[in-house]
Design a protein around this ligand. Structure first.
Ligand SMILES: NC(=O)c1ccc[n+]([C@@H]2O[C@H](COP(=O)([O-])OP(=O)(O)OC[C@H]3O[C@@H](n4cnc5c(N)ncnc54)[C@H](O)[C@@H]3O)[C@@H](O)[C@H]2O)c1
Ligand SMILES: N[C@@H](CCO)C(=O)O
Ligand code: NA
Length: 433
């Protein structure tokens, strides 16, 4: 049967912001190419928006826009719903209604997946429909599908990445141009990288949601955002950036998902110093990169644009093609894989290295008092150096690998020492072998 005579696949788009606008633009301008890739014509049947009548930089018929998102997903003849509204509600109830009414779902919504992926997966399985979300982690970079499908026959042991474009853009600007935090954030917002509420980016919630998704996929275990230790970049100071430079490192916001020695899952997001020789150190601007280590494959690295309208739309549309092909074939693709149900450990049990800057009195005995506090908690010191003199004296300690709880206890004791005026910076050091 000629393509044009086949029943069109009907697509509904929820949300027409930074990502939705690009999705609608490409779907409509490249409709013939999509028809060939999918094997049937595609028809955009509606675009749900919050406010009607707004001028949009988009060449689609005005009658496609509706403020009735629920009406659109429940009309009964929609094959694929693309959710790019973001946030928990109404996105969750719209996705659930879409699945119940027979549509497959493509979403970019990491916040929702990390909060309540379980409910979405269960609804998709019950409806025998697809739930695809490549855009939810690291924008355009294919990382969800490699973990869900390509590496399904391997054992992943560690995922380490820069998964938030906004914070990488800000930290990069702070360290290369000396830009201030607020100006760099304004620019990231203007470029369409930031979340609707940029607190989600700078406080690490967005990266933590992505870490939860990555850990769940990597370790076949349900991981939610509440399982992920989270620290953002708002406390990173120009002094931290300079200290990192002094040890040949840069500051990056990292997401780290790993199996510990007992085979339990640890997932954390925090700023960390990494050596400039490490490949993640050269990830600039809003780019993302994800390292995956697995037993069979060894080390894999995924790199590319992690945010922005067109890159994110690329990931969304890749999923649209796949789920549309599944609809035509009458099948559904991969669902949740959480059978391993591994233990998830708190941050106290994570092991890494630390950079600790301590403001001290420039007096004999201070070095040994500080060293004793570290030794008392079994935290071994790799290097220590003194910066400044007199009232400006600072001891900068870099440790060997230690348990997070032991380091916290050490820092608490160091703060109590007579000759210590304060601990001005504690930052983990990653990517050192
Ligand atoms: N911007 C990026 O770089 C990027 C990258 C990856 C993933 N994402 C994710 O994609 C999703 C969308 O992000 P965005 O940057 O396009 O956000 P955005 O704020 O630009 O767009 C969201 C749109 O949804 C609309 N909306 C809100 N409530 C609605 C409702 N009830 N019905 C219809 N429309 C409604 C808003 O008016 C807005 O236009 C989010 O889940 C986000 O986390 C964004
Ligand atoms: N706000 C997110 C968008 C991509 O998920 C970021 O900056 O990475
Ligand atoms: Na992706």
């Amino acid at each position: 049967m000629p393509l044009a005579d086949r029943r069109p696949l009907r697509i509904a788009l929820l949300g027409c912001g930074v990502v939705g606008t690009e999705v609608a633009r490409v779907l409509t301008s490249d409709a013939e190419e999509f028809a060939r890739r999918i094997g049937a014509p595609v028809e955009l049947v509606g675009i749900a928006v919050r406010r009607a009548g707004r001028r949009r930089d988009l060449d689609v018929p005005e009658e496609l826009f509706t403020t009735d998102a629920m009406g659109l997903v429940t009309r009964g003849d929609v094959d694929v719903v693309i959710e790019v509204i973001g946030g928990i509600e109404p996105a969750r109830e719209l996705i659930l209604a879409a699945l119940e009414h027979g549509a497959s779902v493509v979403t970019a919504n990491k916040a929702l997946l990390a909060e309540d992926g379980e409910t979405l997966y269960e609804a998709a399985a019950k409806a025998e429909r697809d739930l695809y979300y490549e855009a939810a982690v690291a924008g355009a970079i294919p990382i969800v599908r490699p973990l869900r499908e390509s590496l399904a026959g391997d054992r992943v042991t560690r995922v380490l990445g820069i998964v938030n474009g906004t914070t990488n853009f800000i930290l990069d600007a702070m360290s290369t141009t000396g830009a201030g935090f607020a100006d760099a954030l304004d620019e990231a917002q203007r470029l369409g990288y930031a979340e609707a509420d940029p607190t989600a980016d700078v406080e690490g919630f967005d990266a933590a949601a992505k870490a939860a998704i990555l850990a769940g996929l990597a370790f076949h275990t349900r991981v939610t955002i509440s399982d992920v230790h989270r620290e953002g970049i708002t406390e990173v100071t120009a002094a931290d950036v300079r200290s990192a430079e002094e040890i040949g490192s840069v500051v990056k916001l990292l997401a780290i998902c790993e199996l510990d020695a007992e085979g339990a899952v640890s997932a954390r997001v925090h700023p960390a110093m990494i050596p400039t020789s490490h490949p993640l150190a050269s990830v600039r601007g809003a780019y993302n990169a994800v390292f995956v280590e697995s037993e069979g494959a060894g080390q894999l690295m995924f790199y590319g644009p992690g945010a922005g309208g067109a890159p994110t739309a690329s990931a969304v549309l890749g999923d649209v093609v796949t789920v549309a092909q599944h609809r035509l074939a009458g099948i559904s693709g991969v669902g949740e894989s959480a059978h391993a149900s591994l233990e998830i450990v708190p941050i106290g049990r994570a092991r890494t290295r630390y950079h600790v800057a301590i403001d001290v009195d420039d007096r004999p005995g201070v070095l040994s008092a500080v060293a004793q506090a570290f030794a008392a908690h079994d935290v071994s010191i790799k290097t220590v150096r003194q910066e400044g003199h007199g009232g400006d004296a600072q001891l900068v300690v870099v440790t060997h690998e230690a348990e997070d709880a032991a380091l916290s206890a050490t820092v608490a004791d160091v703060r109590e020492l007579d000759m210590v005026r304060g601990v001005s910076s504690v930052m983990r050091v990653e990517g050192v072998s």
